[in-house]
Design a protein around this ligand. Sequence first.
Ligand code: C2E
Ligand code: MG
Ligand code: MG
Ligand code: MG
Length: 274
Amino acid sequence: KVKDSGKNDCLLYSESWDNSSLERLTLQHELKRAIQRDEFVLHYQPQYHLGTGEIVGVEALIRWQHPERGLVPPGLFIPQAEESGIIMQIGDWVLEEACRQNKAWQEAGLRHIPVSVNLSIRQFLQQNLTEKVSDILNRTGLKAEYLDLEITETMTMDVKHASRCLLELTKLGINISIDDFGTGYSSFHYLKTLPIGRLKIDRSFVRDIQQDPGDAAIVAAIIAMAHNLNLQVIAEGVENEVQMQFLQKHLCDEMQGYLWSPPVTGGKISALLQ
Ligand code: C2E
Ligand code: MG
Ligand code: MG
Ligand code: MG
């Protein structure tokens, strides 16, 4: 169990980018510069098996080590990066860095676990995504089975594109997870047709499991449905024992949340795996 010191691993700061066009331009400019200056870092949040308590994976989560503003959380720059297209370069960096780090942990003799990487819609829609991912795996030497890609329900709405793209990626040996599951507007149809390996129950359903019978029912139903479809299921945002016990009772496979660990540095993950 990791102490929750990292809960505020992204420092708060008073000045932030507002939505004026000047601020947006400044942010875009700064994001480009940040790539050149290598100011992005990845933190990793452990994913635990709910039966054994073992770490069975980690999710890579980007932060921006800004020279004046401190550690900036992704919610403050990823939306702008998506809008402007800079996400393509940032996304390439994230993929390569996560694979490099995972390979480094393996070479240090640590237990082999997959790393999950969040894909943005633009990355998912690019023509040569599979080729790019395949190149990165070759360059870093990481086996495809140790990479998991997180997409959202929205990205499955173009079923034709999604099935072609996901089939290519899974043929390489990569696992696909659906992030923030339950918050999108997609149909259930894709769940049985697309090669998906895991559902990640959105933390908005987990949060009020205790007080809200509706949320409890939804979480229990997602777990049951996932298992009937032969999918793995992980709960996001688990913050307390009551939530964890509910998930255990309903045989959820894995959990991720502040209860056991916030996102931490790569060095901390090495220590946890030892
Ligand atoms: P996400 O993929 O759903 O990631 C989970 C978020 O929930 C992370 O926030 C994580 O720190 C937070 N979290 C984990 N456990 C708990 C908990 O117990 N309670 C609460 N309240 N929150 C918890 P973070 O790191 O700020 O990331 C936010 C979002 O930014 C991510 O949501 C993801 O959509 C996006 N993001 C992060 N890294 C990347 C990236 O490399 N590429 C892209 N395209 N998006 C990214
Ligand atoms: Mg995610
Ligand atoms: Mg999520
Ligand atoms: Mg997300």
